[in-house]
Structure formats: structure tokens, C-alpha cells
Design a binder for this molecule. Structure first.
Ligand SMILES: *[C@@H]1O[C@H](CO)[C@@H](O)[C@H](O)[C@H]1NC(C)=O
Ligand SMILES: *[C@@H]1O[C@H](CO)[C@@H](O)[C@H](O)[C@H]1NC(C)=O
Ligand SMILES: *[C@@H]1O[C@H](CO)[C@@H](O)[C@H](O)[C@H]1NC(C)=O
Ligand SMILES: CC(=O)N[C@H]1CO[C@H](CO)[C@@H](O)[C@@H]1O
Length: 593
């Protein structure tokens, strides 16, 4: 391989890579230095064996949300019909509510209650005494003001250009770090502005105040010998540490759920790509031992120990249905969603079908992100024993299961089963569906169908997009127009042929050829549109993105593209190509998951 021959040179090149990376970003010399990528080296560089992730890390720290700008005096807030000037702190929180006024959230009881409670904490003593009822608060003028502002922003194009130049400057300054020898993009270097917490589904904490993050909340991680990021003038970081066992640059604790937030590298970075790659390598290891694991849990159904029987049934469902493990959650902490290990009796029904020939388990619950999971599965004899089944429903925490999974295979978690099953299914589907004879659009349709098979398996469903009917109609109109165009072209071809028969001269023969080509071209265009319509129709209720990004080994797709000569751009957009850069470099057409 080219990369072997060039490996020696690489040692020298390594020193320049930093510079090259910089140059590459500006794109100017991309072609000139394109050969650097032939080395494949970014992904094959030796990794540290002591568990450390880097030797050198330098960055500029986070970009904070801009400070609050008080409203102009003419924008009034009314309480009980009377105008009232709020203190800046109370006003800021009021604007968060005003900005959401048209949203359904602000009509929900929990949201209003949580908001009002947190808002009152920001009020002065006088304000607190006066403002006692959210119903008497009138945010209309504030809301109108923000709407007008956003309209105005849309209108002024020139100013916007200035803003985007400023954004570019900030990106250049804060959006990159140096990790070992590479200049890498940082994913989220801007800290989210304060606002009201929304949460997914019916989240019990919706409406609470998501506080402004200050430098004093921030823990910075960088190497000792780097130029440390400076806090804003007169301020201090909470802490500066030098922990090279972790990959984050900046962290803080958010106040709603108390979870730790991180600023990390972009998915296109070496360190993220490596992690992604390892994830799929773990799933490939499962492929080798899955038969053993399956035999074992079937054995375990017969165990005398109830605990082992429960564990075995849980494992069976994770394997069979690609269910999530589901974490233990504290009551009231999050919306009521469940996974395999926190299912309760009301989520599952068990009944005989076919005159008791087989048993069917019906699952119906809200899974991750409050997506409904509904599935009916015929179950194997042993699982169906009511006893085994209902015992399994008792509290069964993920940590016990995960410990058991670790014993079965190093690095095994419930998620690995999903990744394994999704990836292997995609590979099988692609083999089955791809037809050698087909043209590129038809092959891509097959690819999307294979993807959909996986998305259905993983329960990645969605409500049909609101614009669905409309966009289908538009497409149908295009198809109808193309059909008309085709019959016109055919008619013209026919008369040209008749004409040529009579005249028998070169010119009319040429006309026939031209008309023939036109018919062919229109037929191809029509076919493309029809494929597009089929694709869109079949995609109506399926979200392909999640499985594509998280569960499907990208090397399968890349190999498929290489094998059939299909440009990778047809299946991965720019963001996805960045994330899967490692796979695009690594996989050749013979790759097998
Ligand atoms: C809120 O104030 C606006 C004027 O700022 C007024 O038009 C509207 O009627 C008020 N709404 C209520 C419910 O009092
Ligand atoms: C993947 O999951 C499906 C659905 O449960 C199952 O039928 C299939 O056997 C699994 N495939 C593999 C290879 O595990
Ligand atoms: C690429 O697709 C993802 C969905 O998978 C989407 O979120 C993202 O915005 C797209 N990026 C571009 C550059 O089109
Ligand atoms: C490698 C290194 O310097 N690690 C340090 C990271 O920071 C923690 C404290 O936050 C230290 O205990 C480590 O020694």
C-alpha cells in the first residue's frame, strides 16, 4: 500500500503536520498537500499505552454568552394592568418567558409553576411582595418587541455580514485547539445562554431557570506546558487542571439536573474518530462470541436461581429486540421513560395466540426521548412461562446487568448489542437488496431501504413531517410534467422517423438521432423522480439519522460505495463525512463487518 512506502517519510512530516493542518483549513493548499492524507496516518498513529489521551493540549477556553442588555424604557411590563419597571435581574428572567410566549410550553401548569418559583428568586424584596400571581403578569409588549427585533434582523442583510465576519474571527480564535501535533476543531466552544429549561416529553423540571454560566463555574483542562486560557478581565476560573486521562477541554455543572457539561473536540477530530472506531470494533468482537452468549442465556433460563433467570430474560430481550437497557432514574427527575430493565407490569402484556400454539408479548411504553415503543413478539417457550416473565419485571438494575455483560465479554454493554445487530443487519440487507444491474439512483434507493430496515429494528420512528403532503404533491406535479414531456418527445421522435423514411437524407437521420437521445434523457429524469418519490414515501415515518450516526459501522457504507462506484457524498452529507473521516480513510471495498 502507498501508506507503507510513505511511512518513513511520515516521521519527518509529522513535525510539519501542525502547520499543514492550519494551511489545510484555509483550503488554499488543499490540493498541493492532499498527499498527506494518503498516509492514512491520523487514524493509525500509535496510541498511548498508559491510558492517557494526550501529551499536549492548548486552547483558549470557552466563549461566554453575551451579557444581558436591559430593555429600552418604552417596552413595558404590566402587572395587574399597571406598568411596572423591573430590576435588571428580574427583567432578564421575564424576557426568557416573553420570548416563549407563543409556545405551548407557557400554557402548561408545571412549566408556569417552575418558572414563577425560579423567577421570584431573582426579584428584589419589593418585587417579590408585589408580584404574587403569574396570571396577572402581562408580557405582551416584551414579546412584541422581541418579535419585531427578530424581523428587523432578518431584514438587515449588510449588518448580518458584519456579524458573520465577527463569528468567523471568534471561530478562528476559540474554535480550535492544539492536541499533540494536530490543530483540531472544537465542537461546542460557545456556552449556551441562560434561559428556561424545556426538557423532552412532559419533563417535571420544565420552566426552571437555566442559569448563566460564569467564569467562576468553569473548570479548565489543558497541559501544564501550554499557554493557559485567560478568564475575562477581573474574573477567575473555578479551577485549572491538567488531566490528560480525559479528553474534555472545559467543564461545568449545570443547575437543572446537576449534570456535568463538557466542551469537547469535534467528531472529525482524531480522538473522537478513534473512539467511534473502537465502538464498532467492540461490536465486531461481539459477532465472534454472540453464539456462545446466546447459548448461555438459554441455559440460564433453567437456572434454579431466580436472579439468574431474570438476568437471562432481560438479556434475551436486549438481544432479540435491540431494546435499550434503561437506567435507574430518580422519581421526578426526568420524564417517565423506560428501557428494558425498568419496564413495569403495565408496559407489557402476555397472551396466547393461534389457539395457544404460541405466546405473544406486547410491549408498549415510552422509550428514550419519549418515543413510543410498540412491538408484538412471539416468544420462545421458556420465556413465556408467566412466572419467569413477571419475576423479570421486578426491579432489575442496569448495573447488575452491565456487570454480567462485562463478564461475558470485555467492553460489552446493552448498546453493543444494538450496534452489532444494526450493523450486521445493514450489511446483510445491502447484500440482499443491491442489484448489480441497477443504475446509481436505484442503488441509492436500495441503500436507503437497507437503512430503513435497520431504523425499524431500532425503533427510530417519527411523526410524518408537517410538510410531507405538500412536498409529495410538488414532487408528483414534477413527475406529471415530466410524463407529458416524455410523450411529447416520443411523438416528435415518431414523426421524425416517418419523415426520415420519406426523405432518406442525412439531415433527417440526424434529427432522428437527436430526438432519440432526448427521449432517453427524459426517461432517465423521470425514473430519477419516481425513485425519489418512492424513497420519500417509504421514509415518511422513519428517522434514518440516529441509526446512521450512532449504530451503523460507517465502514459498511463506505465499502458499499467503493464497491459500486457510488460517491460517498450521495449517502453522507458534509457533517457526516467529517464524523466518519476515519472510516472513509480506512475501509476498502472488501470490508466485512
Ligand atoms: C396586555 O397589554 C397590552 C398592551 O401592552 C394590552 O393590549 C393587552 O390587552 C393586555 N392583556 C391583558 C390580558 O391584559
Ligand atoms: C437482530 O434483531 C432482529 C430483531 O429482533 C432479530 O430477528 C435478528 O435475529 C437479529 N440479528 C442478529 C444477527 O442478531
Ligand atoms: C447532515 O445530516 C444531519 C442529519 O443526519 C443533519 O443534522 C445535518 O444538519 C446535516 N448537515 C448538513 C451540512 O447538511
Ligand atoms: C496529568 C495531570 O496533571 N493530572 C492532574 C489533573 O488534575 C487532577 C486534579 O484535578 C490531578 O490530580 C492530576 O494529577
Amino acid at each position: 500500500m502507498v501508506s507503507c512506502q510513505l511511512a518513513l517519510q511520515y516521521v519527518h512530516i509529522r513535525q510539519c503536520l501542525l502547520v499543514v493542518d492550519r494551511v489545510m483549513f484555509f483550503g488554499t493548499f488543499q490540493l498541493l498537500f492532499g498527499w498527506v492524507f494518503l498516509l492514512n496516518s491520523r487514524w493509525e498513529e500509535e496510541r498511548y499505552t498508559d491510558g492517557s489521551k494526550w501529551r499536549f493540549l492548548e486552547h483558549k477556553g470557552p466563549v461566554f454568552a453575551p451579557p444581558y442588555e436591559p430593555l429600552p424604557n418604552h417596552v413595558k411590563f404590566y402587572y395587574d394592568g399597571k406598568a411596572m419597571k423591573l430590576s435588571p435581574e428580574a427583567e432578564e428572567v421575564a424576557t426568557f418567558f416573553a420570548k416563549m410566549l407563543d409556545h405551548e410550553y407557557t400554557t402548561k401548569d408545571i412549566f408556569r409553576k417552575n418558572f414563577f418559583k425560579d423567577w421570584r428568586k431573582e426579584m428584589t424584596t419589593e418585587e417579590k411582595a408585589k408580584l404574587t400571581d403569574l396570571k396577572k403578569c402581562n408580557f405582551t409588549e416584551m414579546s412584541e418587541y422581541f418579535k419585531a427585533q427578530s424581523e428587523a434582523r432578518k431584514a438587515m442583510t449588510k449588518e448580518e455580514k458584519q456579524v458573520s465576519k465577527e463569528n468567523e474571527r471568534i471561530l478562528q480564535e476559540y474554535g480550535f485547539c492544539i492536541m499533540d501535533n494536530h490543530r483540531e476543531r472544537i465542537a461546542n466552544f460557545r456556552i449556551e445562554p441562560p434561559g428556561l429549561f424545556r426538557g423532552r416529553g412532559d419533563h417535571p423540571k420544565m420552566g426552571m431557570l437555566k442559569r448563566r454560566i460564569r467564569p467562576e463555574d468553569i473548570i479548565v483542562n489543558c497541559s501544564k506546558d501550554s499557554k493557559h486560557p485567560e478568564p475575562p478581565p477581573g474574573r477567575k476560573w473555578k479551577e485549572v487542571r491538567h488531566d490528560n486521562k480525559v479528553t474534555w477541554l472545559v467543564s461545568w455543572t449545570e443547575n437543572i439536573q446537576g449534570s456535568i457539561k463538557y466542551i469537547m473536540l469535534n467528531p472529525s477530530s482524531r480522538i473522537k474518530g478513534e473512539k467511534d472506531w473502537q465502538k464498532y470494533e467492540t461490536a465486531r468482537r461481539l459477532k465472534k462470541c454472540v453464539d456462545r452468549i446466546r447459548n448461555q442465556y438459554r441455559e440460564d433460563w433453567k437456572s434454579k436461581e431466580m436472579r439468574i433467570r431474570q438476568r437471562a430474560v432481560a438479556l434475551y430481550f436486549i438481544d432479540k429486540l435491540a431494546l435499550r437497557a434503561g437506567n435507574e432514574k430518580e422519581e421526578g427527575e426526568t420524564a417517565d421513560t423506560v428501557g428494558c430493565c425498568s419496564l413495569r407490569v403495565e408496559h407489557i402484556k402476555l397472551y396466547p395466540e393461534n389457539d395457544g400454539q404460541e405466546y405473544v408479548v406486547e410491549f408498549d411504553f415510552l422509550g428514550k426521548d419519549s418515543i413510543r415503543y410498540y412491538n408484538k413478539v412471539p416468544v420462545e417457550k421458556r420465556v413465556r412461562t408467566k412466572a419467569a416473565f413477571f419475576i423479570y419485571l421486578f426491579i432489575f438494575c442496569t448495573s447488575i446487568l452491565n456487570k454480567h455483560l462485562q463478564e461475558l465479554m470485555d467492553g460489552l454493554t446493552a448498546k453493543v448489542f444494538r450496534t452489532y445487530n444494526a450493523s450486521i443487519t445493514l450489511q446483510q440487507q445491502l447484500k440482499e437488496l443491491t442489484n448489480v444491474e441497477e443504475n446509481i439512483p436505484a442503488k441509492i434507493l436500495s441503500y436507503n431501504r437497507a437503512n430503513r430496515a435497520v431504523a425499524i429494528l431500532c425503533n427510530h420512528q417519527r411523526a410524518p413531517p408537517k410538510t410531507f403532503e405538500k412536498s409529495m404533491q410538488n414532487l408528483q406535479a414534477k413527475i406529471d410534467a415530466k410524463r407529458d414531456q416524455l410523450s411529447d418527445a416520443k411523438r416528435e421522435l415518431k414523426s421524425a422517423k416517418a419523415d426520415a423514411k420519406v426523405r432518406k437524407d442525412e439531415k433527417s437521420k440526424k434529427t432522428v438521432e437527436t430526438k432519440k437521445k432526448a427521449v432517453q434523457r427524459i426517461e432517465e429524469q423521470l425514473m430519477k423522480l419516481e425513485v425519489q418519490a418512492t424513497d420519500r414515501e417509504e421514509n415518511k415515518q422513519i428517522a434514518l439519522g440516529t441509526s446512521k450516526l450512532n449504530y451503523l459501522d460507517p465502514r459498511i457504507s463506505v465499502a458499499w460505495c467503493k464497491k459500486w462506484g457510488i460517491p460517498v457524498e450521495k449517502i453522507y452529507n458534509k457533517t457526516q463525512r467529517e464524523k466518519f473521516a476515519w472510516a472513509i480513510d480506512m475501509a476498502d471495498e472488501d470490508f466485512e463487518f
